[in-house]
Every structure is written in C-alpha cells, then in structure tokens.
Design a binder for this molecule. Structure first.
Ligand code: CA
Length: 422
C-alpha cells in the first residue's frame, strides 16, 4: 500500500488547497506581472519559475511557455496530456519525499508566494459564456411562481439542458464590487414602466466549467469525449435583477437583468482533483435521446454554501446549503448538447450550471426562491430582514469535497453590493 499523499508544506485539514487539490489560477505579485500559479495551503507555486528551471519541457507542452502568460488559455488549449503532466510534476515537487524544493530555501523563496501578498485575476480570457438551467428544484420553484405547480416545468426541460448565451465581458473575479444596476421595471398594476436602480437584486449560487481544447465549427463533440474538453470547475454567482428580468424577459429571455455582472472564483479545480468525489448521475426519466446518453454519466459530490453578511453584522450567516449533485443534467450532457448543432467551443469558454437548488427550503440557491419572490423575508441573526440583497451586503459562495482527512475546495467567490451612484 502506498503512503497517503503528503506535502512538506503544512496544510490544515480544513484548508481547501491540500496536495490532493492543486487548483490553477492567475496571480499578480507586487512585480505586476500576472502569471500562472497553483494553490497549496496558504501559498502559491509560481509555475513560470518552474518553467524557467526546465520542469515543463516534455512533448506534452509542445515547446510552449504557457505558464508566464496572464491567462490560462494557452495551457487550456494544450489539453489533457499537458494538464496531467503538470499535475504530476507539481505534486511530485511538493511531496514530503522530494528534496528539490523541500531542502532548498533559496529556491523556495523564488517559487512560493503567500496568497495574502498577491492579487488574483480572472483565470481565463473568457470569449463566450453560457448559462444552463439544470437544477430541477430551481426550475420547478421558479416555474411554480410564474405558472403554478401544474405547469412548473416547460415541456422541453427533461429532454434537453435548457440554456441561454450570456455576456462574457462582464464576468469578474471574486472580490470585485457589484454596482446595483439601473433599468426599466414595470409593476403589474402600473400603466407604463419607470427607470431606476433595481429594487430586487439577487444572487444565484452556481458552478461553471472552463473549456480546454475547443471543437471545430460544424463538428459536434460526442458525449463520451466531452471530458477531453473540460479543464475544471469554479464557483459562480450569477447576479440577477429580478424586477428588470420580469419586464424584459419575454419573448427572448434574459438580457440586462443578467449581463451587468457575473462573479467567479479565481482557482480552477481540475476534473482530475475531483475524480475521488465522482458519483453516478441520478436516474433520468424520460431516458434522454441517444446523443445525451453517456457510457457512465457522472456528477460530483461538492458541498456548497452561500453566506450573507450585511454591513451591520460581525460575521456571515449561511443562507443556502446545497450540493452539486442536485443538478439533473451532467456537465458532459451540457457540453454534448451545446455542440450537437456544430457550435464551436473555444479554450476559456465558461459554461455555467444554473442556480443549484435542492429539495429542501434551506437548499434554495437564490433569494427569489428563499423568500418566495419577497413574500417571506429572510430573518438574519441580528434581527435584520432581507427580501433581496441590499447595498453594503456581501454575498459569498463557497464549496468543497470532503475527503477522509482533507478537503478539495474551491475557495470562494465573494462580492459586495455598492449603490448605483457610488
Ligand atoms: Ca443563472
């Protein structure tokens, strides 16, 4: 039996970034040059330095120096052989058994950065962003509000992973303030719309995956090859203005209610790191059409939480507890469906899950569901109430897979609401 994987870097059991994880991100140290790093505990391994030292010169890297770039795109395009090789090399160098870094203080100074000393950037140049609608309970709750329980799900919902094309330019990294958007709204009893800051700003707890190698225009990706095109996952908050949405969404769907800001977490957790937490996808009824049937359809056991902290609170309060397994459609099905008409995906494209709600009331992934469109305001521990998120509130989403004595975590995606004129 092999000994458990352990690093010479001390990592507490509740850290999101043990040696079993090794997520990739773009960090900017004080020298102002953003580049590729891997998180370990509270530190970052500078892959551009390891690259200069010659650690990534095997054929998988095709002679490219992808780790000194300010986005993951070039690395994403290299595909699974390069991703696996990089993980293997970094895991080896960080292992408690390997002396290279462990016993060389001067080298460690060059290779490691403290996370608290750097600024995290968006992990990729995101050319295209798609948002699915793949949680049964979210779709059912929202459908019930709009059309009643009998007609909650549209007839297509269990046949295809419903989605819309979102806006890539307004995807921001965690920590970016979220300015309350203004727009047109019209209460049902008003004769005409008015213009002003949204009165019903909401969060949506989601996860999203980053595309690795793309597919050529006109060439669908078969479902059993989908994972070759998926690099890893991040946490996502799809900020939404419900009053703007209600007035604008018919007949063409979300527009200005959604494209003012979408926040993602900076660290991308690879499918390889998630492998021990793979679970079979729950049974789908009706059975999907053949192009959506995989040899083994899988999901992951990822625990997810949303926390709200108002400007009057000393600590955040958990308002959603849910799990990635609450998604009806798998990421492989989403990708196969997205490309089945020949649509071409590109490295760095972002494909999001949709709000991840479960069956219980505390697992609802947005205020719209938690307060049932504002009818049952949330009561916070300090006596404040919330129908929607208000200026000065900070909303944080976190998520992790629980191993025996370690966590493979995603860190967090956080955003504070500021007023429309701040
Ligand atoms: Ca959404």
């Amino acid at each position: 039996m092999t000994s458990p994987l352990r690093s010479f870097i001390e990592v507490p059991a509740d850290s999101h970034f043990p040696i079993q994880n090794l997520p990739f991100g773009i960090f900017e140290p004080r020298d102002g040059k953003a580049r590729v790093g891997v998180a370990i505990g509270d530190l970052i391994v500078d892959l551009s330095v390891l690259d200069e030292l010659g650690h990534f010169r095997s054929s998988e890297f095709r002679g490219r120096n992808v780790f000194s770039e300010d986005s993951l795109n070039a690395f994403l395009a290299l595909g699974r052989p390069a991703w696996r090789k990089t993980r293997e090399i970094v895991q080896h160098l960080l292992s408690a058994e390997t002396p290279t870094l462990r016993d060389d203080g001067r080298l460690r100074e060059k290779v490691f950065h403290a996370q608290k000393d750097v600024v995290m950037k968006l992990p990729a140049r995101i050319g295209n962003y798609t948002d699915f609608y793949s949680s049964y309970h979210h779709a059912h709750n929202v459908g019930t509000m709009l059309r009643g329980p009998e007609n909650a799900l549209m007839p297509n919902w269990k046949w295809l992973p419903v989605a819309y094309h979102g806006r890539a330019s307004s995807v921001v990294v965690s920590g970016t303030n979220v300015r309350r958007p203004s727009g047109q709204t019209k209460p049902p009893d008003a004769a005409s719309p008015t213009f002003g800051p949204t009165k019903s700003l909401d969060y949506e707890l989601e996860m999203a995956f980053l595309i690795g190698p793309g597919n050529s225009l006109g060439e669908p990706v078969p479902i059993d090859r989908a994972v070759d095109h998926i690099f890893g996952l991040v946490l996502m908050n799809d900020w939404s203005a419900r009053d703007i949405q209600a007035w604008e969404y018919q007949p063409l769907g979300p527009f200005l209610a959604k494209n003012f800001c979408t926040s993602i977490s900076p660290w991308v957790v690879t499918l390889q790191a998630l492998e021990p937490f793979r679970k079979p996808l729950p049974l789908q009824d009706p059975e999907p059409l053949p192009y959506l049937r995989a040899k083994s359809n899988f999901t992951f056991d990822i625990q997810l939480e949303a926390r709200l902290q108002t400007s009057l609170m000393d600590a955040p309060h958990i308002i959603t507890r849910t799990n990635f397994q609450n998604l009806y459609w798998s990421i492989a099905q989403q990708l196969a469906h997205h490309t089945v008409n020949g649509c071409n995906l590109e490295p760095g494209d972002l494909l999001a899950s949709g709000t991840i709600s479960g069956a219980t009331e505390d697992s609802r992934g947005c205020m719209l569901e938690l307060t049932w469109r504002g009818a049952n305001p949330l009561k916070l521990p300090n006596g404040e109430t919330r129908k929607w998120v208000e200026n000065g509130d900070t909303l944080t989403i976190t998520g992790w897979c629980q191993g025996d004595d370690y966590r493979v975590g995603f860190g967090e995606v956080s955003g504070r609401i500021i007023g429309s004129d701040e």
